[in-house]
Ligand binder design. Structure first.
Ligand code: MG
Length: 374
């Protein structure tokens, strides 16, 4: 028998929102993978091979996003969970086995769904539950009146599976049940329990949304410019002008160090290279301050949910000597990258007189950056 999925997403997130803060629907929060909470729960059901289709009972906010998921139907919820569930069952296929799932449980696994379905097929109704590990007290006022035998206590999860008609009858007879299973129990239907999953948490507060540490991405950049024969051109390296030194040729200010750094940043977030972004055929970049390019690259890192954590730059030149300018460059670049200067390293090397750079025909630079992608 094929099973129909029913996703309940009509909750009002009352416990999710701290008092005084603007109300936020927790089901619309994005999980580290990029999916909204409700959508991850929806997809878990929709992608299960034994689930024939999924109906959605939701708040207006979730319904606005529903078309992208192509549910069998998408309807507004009722005043409470039971009413929402009842509305969804009304629209579900006749005589179907219905799997009711809470949209606030986005981490439900395929195995868990299979386990509950397997038990429901054999026993008629089934739910997943996890054993209680804390000792549970019954408290009257502020005095413990008894301690429950926790070996018999379990925490109910969803998905909960039952026959549509049985569940409708049970909910109609017991409208105050807090979950589907308790309505079934009250109606005298035995509910089989399968092992739940600790990871199948119900997102109740912000703390329930996992924060992943992020993925490191390393970008590298290289650039080279020849010295200019134009005495009017100034030498600019790392945003710092070197007075009295021969300038480099280029469409912009030819800041070879910033160009290598810009390429490294673009590389770390998969945004191509400096030539793609700022073609040297574009007259608006003639003589441009290369900080413009660097700032755009930094903006693209941010737009890709990246955070720069280190930058290591190497200047390859016979002249000039960096000397006291090294620290100035370091400060200038750290400021632009919004990075601790200790994480911004500026190195310099010569070519020992070999090759074009050794012959003082130009200057090259290399850069490596590390970006953490959230
Ligand atoms: Mg260049």
């Amino acid at each position: 028998m094929k099973t129909f999925g029913l996703l309940l997403a009509a909750g009002s997130s009352t416990r999710f929102n701290a008092s005084g803060e603007p109300r936020e629907n927790k089901l619309l929060r994005k999980l580290p993978g990029g999916k909204e909470v409700w959508r991850a729960a929806f997809d878990a059901l929709a992608q299960h091979p034994a689930v024939s289709g999924v109906g959605l009972v939701a708040s207006e906010e979730v319904l606005a996003q529903a078309p992208s998921a192509s549910p069998e139907f998408a309807i507004e919820g009722g005043a409470n969970r039971q009413e929402s569930c009842r509305r969804g069952l009304e629209r579900s296929p006749l005589n179907a086995m219905v799997l009711v799932h809470d949209a606030a449980r986005p981490f439900v696994s395929e195995e868990l769904i299979s386990r509950v379905l397997g038990a429901a097929e054999r026993f008629g109704a089934a739910i997943p539950a996890t054993p209680v590990t804390d000792t549970i007290k019954v408290v009257d006022g502020s005095i413990v009146s008894s301690t429950l035998d926790r070996s018999r206590l379990f925490r109910a999860q969803t998905p909960q599976v039952a026959l549509r008609e049985q569940l409708i009858a049970a909910l109609d007879a017991h409208p105050n049940a807090t979950d589907e299973a308790s309505a079934l129990e009250a109606a005298g239907i035995s509910v089989h329990v399968v092992r739940g999953e600790e990871t199948n948490v119900k997102i109740t507060t912000v703390a329930d949304i996992p924060q992943y540490p992020g993925t490191p991405s390393v970008g590298s950049g290289f650039d080279i410019h020849a010295f200019s024969s134009d005495p009017a051109r100034k030498l600019v390296l790392g945003g710092v002008t070197f007075e009295g030194e021969p300038g480099l040729d280029g469409h912009s200010d030819a800041d070879v160090l910033l160009h290598a750094l810009t390429d490294a940043l673009l590389g770390a977030v998969g945004e191509g290279d400096i030539g793609l972004l700022f073609p040297n055929t574009d007259p608006s970049y003639a003589g441009a301050d290369s900080m413009i390019f660097l700032r755009e690259a930094v903006a693209r890192v941010t737009a890709n949910a990246g955070r720069i954590v280190s930058a290591d730059l190497t200047l390859i030149a016979e002249i000039p000597k960096l000397k006291d300018k090294r620290n100035e460059i370091r400060q200038r670049i750290s400021q632009e990258l919004r990075l601790d200067p200790r994480r911004t390293n500026i190195k310099a090397t010569t070519m020992e007189g070999m090759g074009a750079i050794g012959r003082k025909e130009g200057i090259a630079a290399m850069a490596t950056v590390t970006v953490i992608l959230q």
